[in-house]
Design a protein around this ligand. Structure first.
Ligand SMILES: NC(=O)c1ccc[n+]([C@@H]2O[C@H](COP(=O)([O-])OP(=O)(O)OC[C@H]3O[C@@H](n4cnc5c(N)ncnc54)[C@H](OP(=O)(O)O)[C@@H]3O)[C@@H](O)[C@H]2O)c1
Length: 300
């Protein structure tokens, strides 16, 4: 099978490359430099040149705060581009794997503080969340064959993420303010890449049609950014990655004054996808140790 990977230089894109590297499929990794998702001519040319069987879209506009003042670029990358991609997939009979976010929710699940299931009504609080929701809607409306996975709080050894930011701040030896009243599920991008690998390797002759539609995939427990920071610091000290224990200062989200509103509770229930694929929800604690070990080995 020939697979185009868009957003190949992002953290999920790099984890997907790692996961599929030694597999039987031909993976064509395309960075933003190789292919701008917002450029329809470039998209058409890539389909003409490569004639893929599947496209994995790991490209996104992810600057949650910046999006508040850059709504147009956020919508172009997160909604318009995926919409055109889905149309091309539909007309060329190409499978699509696409990703969305827990930030499509407002943090007030009607069922009380229980992880959001796929059928929960979205109501984004931020421009970023609205742009990703618009992307979901336009892709699903296209009727292409898509597996759409909402995920949350991604971290990995690659790119910029909360784990790497905490390590950088901790080594700067200043007190670090961390939010206590936003809770969600940290997710290892490498575990999400294993989900992608399972979907790629899906054999319809054995298992029936590949799962399509909307799914959630995230970490196996719910915690606050402050809890997550504590876990990162404790593990980093155990790994000898920090010279000293930083002071973590618990604060409320309102004190942080970030431009974008974020949901107070955005835990995702992964059970539908994990049952269909036979994979566990992301074991973020095990993955955190793995990521720290890799960062240490790389001298980062
Ligand atoms: N990160 C999270 O915590 C998180 C949480 C929930 C959901 N998600 C979703 O998970 C998916 C993967 O996220 P990630 O963390 O891997 O993101 P990431 O590290 O920011 O990677 C996104 C990639 O997309 C590329 N890109 C941006 N605009 C593009 C364009 N117009 N054309 C082609 N490529 C473009 C970026 O290139 P440049 O680097 O050159 O800009 C970057 O390499 C996204 O759908 C995201 O919305 C992420």
């Amino acid at each position: 099978m020939k697979i185009l990977l868009l957003g190949a230089a992002g953290q999920l894109g790099r984890c997907v490359q790692d996961a599929l590297r030694d597999g039987p499929d031909q993976l064509v990794p395309l960075t933003r430099h190789d292919l701008d998702l917002t450029d329809l001519d470039q998209l058409r040319a890539a389909f003409d040149q490569h004639r893929p069987d599947m496209v994995i879209n790991a490209a996104a506009y992810n600057a949650v705060d910046l999006a508040e003042t850059e709504a147009e670029p956020a919508h172009r990358v997160n909604a318009q581009g995926p919409g055109r991609l889905a149309e091309l997939c539909l007309h060329t009979d190409t499978d699509l794997i696409h990703f969305s976010t827990d930030y499509v929710f407002d943090g007030q699940p009607l069922t009380g503080p229980a992880p959001y299931k796929e059928q929960a009504a979205p109501h984004p609080l931020s421009v970023y969340g609205a742009s990703k929701l618009a992307g979901e809607q336009v892709v699903l409306a296209s009727a292409c064959r898509v597996t759409m996975i909402r995920t949350s709080w991604l971290f990995s050894e690659y790119g910029t993420n909360f784990v790497k930011t905490m390590l950088r701040l901790a080594n700067a030896a200043e007190p670090i303010q961390v939010v206590t009243d936003q809770r969600g599920c940290p997710t290892y991008a490498g575990d999400l890449a294993q989900v992608v690998k399972r979907l790629v390797a899906w054999d319809p002759s054995v298992a029936g049609p590949r799962p399509t539609g909307l799914f959630h995939y995230a970490g196996n427990s719910v915690l606050s950014w402050y809890d997550f920071a504590q876990a990162i610091v404790a593990s980093a000290i155990a790994h000898g990655l920090l010279r000293q224990r930083p002071t973590l200062v618990p604060i409320k989200a309102a004190e942080f004054q970030s431009p974008a509103l974020r949901p107070a509770y955005s835990a995702l229930d992964s059970s539908l996808l994990t049952q269909q694929l036979g994979v566990p929800a992301s074991d973020w604690q095990r993955a955190l140790l793995l990521v720290l070990a890799r960062l240490k080995a790389d001298g980062r």
